[in-house]
Design a protein around this ligand. Structure first.
Ligand SMILES: *Cc1c(COP(=O)(O)O)cnc(C)c1O
Length: 430
């Protein structure tokens, strides 16, 4: 009988096994090799038969059901567009799980009849924003605007200030979206100043609505003026206001971010917003406002084309019902002293293992969600820059921020119960 230790399969042979295809695509080569070497060692030690090597590798580093991988966001950017914007609350995650199978999204279990889709989510929206008489949920903020333009200004004019012709990011420009729906844009005022009289002079029978756009990702300073929603509401034509951020009630931490409740109270007929920015919910477009305006939106063919799925409705409702549990809220309002204590504890822990880490002040930002000038004081662990690549390739994948030649692990958006995982990930790089 041959000693199994003499027949240890070679690394290349193991890696070429078709059962490892998914792992080769998903895992960093170093992680996969580590699992292969461990299996080969087990064969050499006589603990594993040579034909069990591939199974052992599969078991050691399980593949995910899809290629998206969860990451620890150590960038200090709360609503990070490249990292999927808002992380969902525990309740929202439970809701998605619940809704994943057959679910009564469009069915009345009491009567055994068809029911209107999405009512629970829109009811939760109207409860949260009492100034809204009705609400509708579509695919994202852009879809909400497109639907408003198509339903309320088809073949008519949308009056908008030249100071509010905003590009949101990745080439997405609000004026181009609006024009694509068949509405005509009527630009008024100048880049830095627009007066109420500019809007008033443009009104006519061709007017569909006046649009107010919150410039969520930039600020203009100096000789500037713009017209408030309440002044626009006095013009006697419908006002649609694009909030962007999805803040439903004002937050003292972000004094320059308008909220749905205040803009509707100021007289906007309709407010549009994203679900996955400051609200901290799933990707969605929220439309809130007057009953007649929302009815027109709901009756437009685009409403069906832009409608959201059951998972979104479930997560949105759960987010609204348990707003206090929102990770976005927690990250925005994280107490700097608490972040400092966490950073110091981690640094002490890592130093004991010889990792050259240091706790340093770090300024977080809101990110894609808005409030471009808001600075959020916090703390980070500073490491040599070379850690950044290794941390991204590790398990869990940690995305950091490079600043002044150092790799910063800002703790603001790292859940506190993931600190130990974070330390493990750092240790694995040494
Ligand atoms: C983000 C944003 C949008 C687009 O919303 P999405 O959900 O990204 O489609 C539109 N308008 C404003 C003002 C925004 O900030």
């Amino acid at each position: 009988m041959t000693d199994p230790r003499r027949t240890v399969p070679g690394t290349d042979t193991i890696l070429a096994d078709p059962r490892l295809t998914a792992m080769r695509e998903q895992l960093h080569p170093a992680v996969l090799k580590r699992a292969v070497h461990a299996a080969q060692d087990a064969v050499r030690a006589g603990h594993l038969r040579p034909d069990g090597v591939v199974d052992a590798v599969l078991a050691a580093a399980p593949v995910r059901p899809c290629s998206l991988r969860s990451v620890l966001n150590a960038t200090g950017v709360v609503v990070h567009t490249n990292l999927g914007r808002a992380p969902l609350s525990t309740r929202a995650r439970e809701a998605i799980r619940e809704a994943a199978g057959y679910v009564d999204v469009e069915y009345d279990v009491g009567n055994g009849t068809r029911a209107r889709r999405g009512t629970a989510a829109t009811t939760a929206l109207c409860r949260t924003v009492p100034a809204a008489e009705d609400a509708l949920v579509v695919n994202n903020g852009a879809a909400a605007l497109a639907l408003a333009a198509a339903a309320l200004a088809n073949d008519q004019e949308i009056i908008v200030s030249r100071g509010e012709l905003v590009e949101i990011g990745d080439g997405f420009r609000i004026p181009e979206l609006l024009a694509a729906t068949g509405a005509r844009l009527r630009e008024v005022g100048s880049t830095n100043r627009t007066a109420l009289s500019d809007y008033a002079a443009a009104l006519g029978p061709q007017t569909g609505f006046v649009l107010k756009v919150h410039p969520s990702n930039f600020t203009v300073r100096g000789f500037v003026s713009s017209v408030s929603v309440s002044e626009l509401a006095g013009l006697g034509v419908p006002v649609v206001a694009d909030l962007g951020s999805g803040l439903l009630h004002s937050d003292p931490l972000l004094p320059d971010e308008p909220a749905a409740q205040s803009w509707l109270s100021a007289g906007a007929n309709l407010v549009t917003a994203s679900g996955d920015k400051l609200l901290g919910g799933p990707q969605a477009g929220l439309l809130l406002g007057r009953r007649d305006s929302v009815r027109r939106l709901r009756g437009h063919p685009f409403a069906r084309a832009l409608r959201v799925d059951k998972l979104t409705l479930a997560a949105l409702e759960a987010t609204l019902l348990d707003a206090a549990d929102s990770p976005v809220r927690a990250a925005l309002h994280a107490d700097p002293d608490w972040l400092h204590r966490r950073a110091s504890a981690l640094v002490t822990d890592l130093a004991a293992d010889g990792v050259p880490a240091e706790a340093v002040p770090s300024t977080g930002v809101v990110g894609g969600g808005g409030a471009p000038q808001a600075r959020l004081p916090g703390w980070a662990i500073a490491l040599p820059e070379r850690f950044a690549d290794m941390l991204r390739a590790g398990r869990p994948c940690v995305v950091t921020r490079i600043e002044a030649g150092r790799c910063l692990l800002d703790l603001r958006c790292v859940p506190a119960d993931a600190d130990e995982q974070l330390a493990e990930a750092v240790r694995a790089c040494t």
